[in-house]
Design a protein around this ligand. Structure first.
Ligand SMILES: O=C(O)[C@H](O)[C@@H](O)[C@H](O)[C@H](O)CO
Ligand SMILES: [Zn+2]
Length: 313
C-alpha cells in the first residue's frame, strides 16, 4: 500500500466529542462506535448511510459483538449486555468499586470470547488525570471478572496476534505499545515487554487493531494519524495521516474487511483548531485501491451467558 493509492473519506460528518471503539458488524454491514462523554453507542449502516444510537446512563467507552446477537459494552465501571431493540443495558459485572472517579476505557473481545477492558481515572482535560488509578480486566462467559494488573494511567488499545499467542496492549501515557505472552485456554498473560516506543510527533498511542499480516495499526491521539507497526522488528512500516488531530481508534471493515475506519475526538480542541479541522468529530474511512494486508475482522464475538433471558451463549 503506497500513499498514493490511499483514499481518505469522512463518511459521517458527525459530531463525536470523543469517538472510540469502532467495530464492524458484518451481519448488518454496519460500523458500531461509541461517543464516550455523550454516553452514546452508535451504529452507522453503510448501505443506507443512516445512524442509529442508544443513549446509556454513564460514559460508554467500548462496544463489542455478542455471539448470540446483541452487544456488550463497558459503561461507567460496568460490563453490560446491550439490547439494541429495547435500548436496555443489563449489568454483568462491576469493577473498581472503591474508585469512584474511575471509568472503563477501551475494550475488545479475545479469540475465546472473553471481554477485555481497562479502566482509568476520569480526565479533567485530555490526558490530564490522577495517575496510576486504572487496571486491566476481563469478563468471562460466566460473568466472573479477572484482574490482570493495576497502576495503569490510560488503559487503551488492545488486540491479539493472529496465532493468539500474544496480547498487545497500550497504556497511553507510557507512549509505548506493549506485548504479553498469551495463553488462550486460560486467558492468562505474562512476560510484558515493549514492542514500539512512539516518536515525539506521533504523540499519544490510543486505539489499536491488527491486520491480516500480523502488523499493528495504532491511532495516534494528537498525532492526526494511524501508524502501522511491525511488532517483531519494532519498526514503523507506514504512516497514514488524517485531516483531524485527535485520532482515537481504528478497525477494519467493509467488504472483505478491505477498509479501515477511524474515530476521532473534538473535546479539548480550541476554536482555532476547530476551524482548521472542519471534519473534526467525524468518522473516517481509509480505502486502499490495491487490496492487500487488510482483510482482518475487527473483533471476536463475546461469549456471555445471560441467564435472565435464558438465551444461552
Ligand atoms: O478515548 C480514550 O482512550 C480516552 O478516553 C481519551 O480521553 C483519550 O484518548 C486520551 O486522553 C488520550 O490519551
Ligand atoms: Zn482510546
Amino acid at each position: 500500500m503506497t500513499m498514493s493509492s490511499i483514499k481518505i473519506e469522512c463518511i459521517l460528518p458527525g459530531n463525536c466529542r470523543l469517538g472510540e471503539s469502532p467495530v464492524w458488524e458484518e451481519a448488518s454491514n454496519s460500523l458500531l462506535f461509541v461517543d464516550i462523554p455523550a454516553k452514546k453507542v452508535c451504529r452507522w449502516d453503510s448501505l443506507s448511510q443512516q445512524v442509529q444510537q442508544v443513549t446509556v446512563d454513564a460514559p460508554v467507552s467500548s462496544v463489542a459483538l455478542r455471539q448470540s446477537g446483541g452487544y456488550v459494552a463497558t459503561i461507567g465501571t460496568k460490563f453490560c449486555a446491550l439490547n439494541w431493540e429495547d435500548q436496555s443495558a443489563i449489568v454483568l459485572a462491576t469493577v473498581d468499586k472503591d474508585k469512584k472517579n474511575n471509568r472503563f476505557n477501551d475494550g475488545k473481545v479475545d479469540p475465546a470470547g472473553r471481554y477485555f477492558a481497562g479502566t482509568m481515572a476520569e480526565e479533567t482535560a485530555p490526558a490530564v488525570l490522577e495517575r496510576h488509578q486504572g487496571s486491566l480486566y476481563s469478563l468471562f462467559p460466566d460473568h466472573h471478572v479477572e484482574k490482570y494488573f493495576d497502576q495503569v494511567d490510560i488503559s487503551n488499545g488492545l488486540d491479539w496476534s493472529l496465532d493468539h499467542k500474544i496480547f498487545y496492549y497500550i497504556d497511553s501515557l507510557s507512549y509505548c505499545v506493549d506485548a504479553f505472552d498469551y495463553d488462550l485456554p486460560t486467558g492468562k498473560i505474562s512476560n510484558r515487554r515493549s514492542v514500539y516506543k512512539l516518536e515525539k510527533e506521533e504523540q499519544i498511542p490510543d486505539g489499536m487493531c491488527i491486520d491480516a499480516e500480523g502488523k499493528l495499526w495504532v491511532a495516534c491521539y494528537n498525532g492526526g494519524r494511524v501508524i502501522r507497526l511491525d511488532p517483531e522488528t519494532g519498526k514503523r512500516l507506514q504512516t497514514v495521516k488524517l485531516p483531524v488531530d485527535k485520532t482515537t481508534s481504528c478497525c477494519f471493515g467493509g467488504k472483505d474487511y478491505s477498509e479501515m475506519y477511524v474515530t476521532c475526538a473534538r473535546d479539548g480542541i480550541d476554536p482555532e483548531g476547530l476551524l482548521r479541522q472542519p471534519e473534526v468529530g467525524g468518522i473516517f474511512k481509509i480505502n486502499c485501491s490495491r487490496l492487500i494486508m487488510l482483510l482482518q475482522p475487527s473483533g471476536f464475538l463475546a461469549l456471555i451467558i445471560i441467564w435472565e433471558k435464558s438465551d444461552g451463549i
